[in-house]
Design a protein. Structure first.
Length: 267
């Protein structure tokens, strides 16, 4: 199978590297389409398959095409690709908010898979949800699932709406976590730790808490209860969070991200 990645940015490169590292594709069967000269030089230096600068020279040869461009560039991209598409090609889109129907109508194709990865995919710890149009065969779907799993974990969802919800949770989620970490790091420096000490304290605390939750059957609330002794330091912090509605604010932020993802799909 020949795979074409359209877009040589962070996520496009992530998939190219992961595919080669997992031996799902040979270097000679991997193509990348990129038009920005600086990125072209970088991609060729990394030896991530063959780099092309025009769709005319590579699209027809591809069995699977990964659309890794910014969603606001989708209309222009579709217009340039449509005369060159083949009905048997499978298109995997990681463009936030761009619906399967928009891709089908824009490209004149039927086999479309829409996925939402997140930033940790760059280090093999990503979380991706994906869904597909009815024209995609089971074999093609399994192939794409194997591809997505090279960047972390992937789950199939039946409803396309869940892709927008995934965007709001795991797609944007790393920023929420890092925002909370940033606040804790600043609190630590205000308490007298230097910056490197503060970053280590907070990063290891987050890492340990996540591993603890993932490797046991207790819920998050049950772990919170275990850490919080009556009248203790953790309870004092948690009471402050509750008084200032931090919990509800986090949920409101996620809902705002979902609303934006849905709005992007309507543009």
């Amino acid at each position: 199978m020949k795979i074409l990645v359209i877009g040589g940015g962070n996520m496009g490169r992530t998939y190219a590297r992961s595919l080669l590292r997992a031996h799902l594709v040979k270097q000679e069967d991997l193509m990348i389409l990129e038009r920005i000269s600086e990125k072209i030089d970088e991609l060729r230096g990394e030896k991530l398959g063959t780099v092309y600068t025009s769709a005319e020279s590579c699209l027809a040869a591809a069995d699977l095409i990964i659309l890794a461009v910014k969603p606001q560039d989708s209309a222009t991209l579709f217009a340039s690709l449509r005369p060159l598409t083949d009905p048997q090609q499978v298109y995997l889109s990681i463009m936030a908010g761009v619906t399967i129907k928009s891709i089908q109508d824009g490209l004149g194709v039927a086999k479309v898979i829409r996925a939402m990865p997140n930033l940790p995919a760059q280090i093999g710890l990503g979380m991706t949800a994906y869904t597909a149009s009815e024209a995609v065969t089971r074999i093609e779907l399994v192939l794409v699932q194997n591809l997505l799993n090279t960047t972390g974990k992937a789950i199939y969802v039946d409803e396309e709406y869940s892709i927008d919800a995934t965007t709001a949770i795991s797609g944007s989620g790393p920023a929420y976590v890092l925002y909370f970490m940033q606040a804790m790091i600043e609190a630590a420096t205000e308490m007298g730790f230097n910056e490197s000490q503060a970053e280590l304290l907070v990063a290891q605390t987050f890492r340990g808490a996540v591993e603890l939750q993932m490797k046991n059957d207790l819920t998050c609330q049950e772990w919170i209860d275990r850490v919080s002794s009556k009248g203790g330091t953790t309870e004092a912090a948690m009471n402050t969070f509750r008084a200032t509605s931090v919990f509800e604010d986090i949920k409101s932020g996620a809902r705002a991200a979902l609303d934006r993802a849905v709005a992007l799909g309507k543009n």
